[in-house]
Design a binder for this molecule. Structure first.
Ligand code: AMP
Length: 335
């Protein structure tokens, strides 16, 4: 394994407290170590130390089972700040009963190995009991944005997300927090939350990283067998179909959504929960599809539930520019 203690650690090799990862003597010397932090107390102390040194700190919240999508967030965090903390926590409060909490992929060793080459400063991987100690009884309740789409299919999901994100922000106190466009609604909910609760953090939203055939990378893709993996492409195809129609001059949202539905209808292994084109500010369905509108889909592929989205824009628009377009519409909507 390529990882070790960080110079951030007040103690040296061999003195690592609970959860520390031992230095591997075979490790190439040009790789900086990753410090593994497993308690809230230690994370707070580390963050305090970083702030006292006047360094800017970026947080990348994840549930682990890392893939290139997560790693793109880490790279962005590195560009934004001096110190990068990646949190790895499978947050039970954002899973509903009957969802995949118990089978969600967990592999901390592998995740740490993936983060070493990126020179992450610390990984915060707390235990569930440390984040939700006995008697925990306070939840953050996001408003209207959290009631449609994912919020409608997964009641309570965004309350769990908002709660853990506020806790992580309070523990790490990051200057910047990086999130993926992949969870578009989640990004909006957190943006709203940060504004409404005066949280002192800037959010960076990063484009969706896809497999070569277009499937959005997701920790849940690991659940898919070969046939389902192929069928799962229906999500991406439906989004591309929306963009194709717009490129051909179509703006009628009803017709575009109908065509997205046809892509799903042609794939019997895939059961869509929704396929919509919305105004990003309020996630409200539009009548006319224009640049900056967002097509969002969610579907079950066998027992696996996947989500994806696509920001409508003229051909040749980059991923970052698309996000900018959607964000501008948020700002012009006063949000
Ligand atoms: P998760 O581990 O699924 O909770 O995701 C952690 C963060 O990674 C969230 O901000 C996600 O939006 C982001 N993310 C997940 N998949 C991707 C992807 N394919 N491309 C970019 N970001 C992603």
């Amino acid at each position: 394994m390529n990882r070790a203690f960080s110079p951030l650690s007040p103690r040296g090799r061999g003195e690592g407290g609970e959860g520390r990862v031992p230095l591997n003597s075979a490790e190439p010397s040009n790789l900086s170590p990753v410090r593994l932090i497993t308690t809230v107390r230690e994370m707070k102390a580390c963050a305090r130390e970083v702030r006292a040194r006047g360094k800017a700190l970026a947080l990348v919240p994840t549930m682990g089972a890392l893939h290139d999508g997560h790693l793109s967030l880490v790279r962005r965090a590195k560009r934004e700040c001096d110190v990068v903390v990646v949190s790895i926590f499978v947050n039970p409060t954002q899973f509903g009963t009957g969802e995949d909490l118990s089978r969600y992929p967990r592999n901390l060793e592998r995740d740490l190995d993936l983060l070493v080459p990126l020179q992450v400063d610390a990984v915060f991987a707390p235990g569930t009991g440390d984040i939700y100690p006995y008697g925990f009884d306070t939840f953050v309740e996001p408003g209207a944005l959290a009631t449609s789409l994912e919020g409608a299919v997964r009641p309570g999901h965004f309350s769990g997300v908002a709660t853990v994100v506020v806790k992580l922000f309070n523990i790490v106190r990051p200057d910047v927090a990086c999130f993926g466009q992949k969870d578009f609604q989640q990004g909006l909910v957190i943006r709203h939350l940060a504004r409404d609760l005066n949280l002192d953090v800037r959010l960076a939203i990063c484009p969706i990283v896809r497999e070569p055939d277009g499937l959005a990378q997701s920790s849940r893709n690991a659940y898919l067998d070969a046939e389902d993996r192929l069928a799962a492409l229906a999500l991406y195809r439906s989004l591309r179909r929306a963009q194709e129609l717009v490129d051909a001059g179509e703006t009628d949202a009803r017709l575009i959504v109908e065509e997205m539905g046809k892509v799903f209808a042609a794939e019997p292994r895939v059961a869509p929960d929704y396929a919509v084109v919305v105004e990003p500010a309020r996630l409200s369905p539009v009548q006319r599809v224009t640049p900056g509108c967002v097509a969002l889909v969610a579907a079950r592929v066998g027992s696996t539930r996947l989500i994806d989205n696509w920001i409508i824009a003229p051909p040749g628009t980059s991923g970052d520019e698309r996000i900018q377009l959607a964000l501008e519409r948020l700002c012009s909507g006063g949000l």
